[in-house]
Design a binder for this molecule. Structure first.
Ligand SMILES: NC(=O)c1ccc[n+]([C@@H]2O[C@H](COP(=O)([O-])OP(=O)(O)OC[C@H]3O[C@@H](n4cnc5c(N)ncnc54)[C@H](O)[C@@H]3O)[C@@H](O)[C@H]2O)c1
Length: 285
């Protein structure tokens, strides 16, 4: 069978894990059997492409630092993975879908922050008959939420708990006059809708966006953000209630070594989605 030809936009923490998984067809000694080949790498920092290429057995045919000539490049791929930034979603995903190619989006926060983008992506992918894959990222429980949403969900609440230094430089926290260095017990920094959370806590938006899209939307999804000096990990707890009953999921995320803001699970969930694309048996909703 012909290999699925992949283009990756973003050679940072997540992009590097994805490319190495495609290149070696394994993660930590666990075989993947993806049947994919890396054809294109794009990053607006060329030195990051170079560094990543050095770690790969088979170098991609095409490397680029911007989207010029994208139309021709897209001839060479079957799937484009965006793991770069919110801006890259509109810049690369829309042209890829228009070309009739499939896509995976990691910067899922863009789908809440960029007005009309989610609807545009949905319309083009329907027209072209292409799939848009959004991995679960740094959270678990998306499967139960999707199932529950079919029968009706009354509430979805996300509680995110991080060490106080995880909020350093956050403008909303500064405006509230909160001194992060003086926090000795857990302190709630924010309670509100996912839609509001996106504005005040951009570093938390991907998780809030995935849950909103899978469940009951960004206005009805409630978010609580806590600075907790007792935790080392980024902890996400999801509580949902609906016709099915209730679910409670807690993930204690180990940060990625390359980018501490990103959880290792986010990269693994992208690789697991690649397995989903290439394997005949699909387990989970
Ligand atoms: N879905 C989730 O749960 C989840 C979890 C963690 C991170 N993310 C998101 O995934 C994305 C990647 O995360 P990361 O930790 O790998 O980030 P990173 O900063 O380590 O790497 C991103 C790379 O993309 C490149 N880049 C950014 N914008 C670009 C553009 N417009 N064109 C070309 N290259 C561009 C940067 O130069 C960088 O090398 C981020 O947007 C992040 O918010 C999602």
């Amino acid at each position: 069978m012909a290999k699925i030809r992949v283009g990756v936009v973003g050679c940072g923490a997540i992009g590097s894990e994805i490319c190495q998984a495609i290149d070696t067809d394994e993660v930590n000694g666990h075989e993947l059997d993806l049947g994919m080949e890396l054809k294109v790498l794009i990053d607006n920092h060329p030195e990051r492409i170079e560094r990543l290429c050095k770690s790969l057995r088979k170098k991609p045919d095409i490397t680029k630092s911007d989207s010029t000539g994208l139309d021709e490049i897209l001839e060479e791929v079957d799937l484009v993975i965006e793991c770069a930034s919110q801006a890259a979603v509109r810049e690369f995903i829309i042209p890829t879908l228009k070309k009739g190619k499939e896509v995976m989006i990691l910067s899922v926060g863009a789908l809440l922050c960029d007005p009309g983008l989610l609807e545009e992506i949905e319309r083009i992918s329907k027209d072209k008959g292409c799939k848009v894959y959004i991995p679960s990222g740094a959270v678990a429980g998306i499967d139960g939420l999707k199932s529950g949403a079919v029968g009706g969900i009354q509430s979805v609440e996300l509680t995110t708990r991080k060490p106080p230094r995880g909020f350093e430089g956050n403008a909303y926290v500064q405006k509230q006059g909160i001194d992060l260095s003086s926090i000795t017990n857990e302190k709630t920094l924010f309670v509100g809708s996912a839609k509001e959370a996106v504005t005040h806590f951009p570093e938390n938006i991907n998780v809030a966006a995935s849950l909103s899209i899978a469940g009951i939307g960004s206005e009805a999804t409630k978010v609580r953000i806590i600075a907790d000096p007792a935790t080392k990990e980024n902890v996400h707890e999801i509580e949902a209630r609906g016709e099915f009953g209730a679910l409670f999921v807690r993930v204690e995320n180990v940060p990625s070594i390359a980018n501490p803001k990103t959880s290792y699970l986010a990269a693994l969930s992208a690789i697991a989605t690649l397995k989903r694309i290439s394997h005949p048996i699909q387990v989970g909703t």
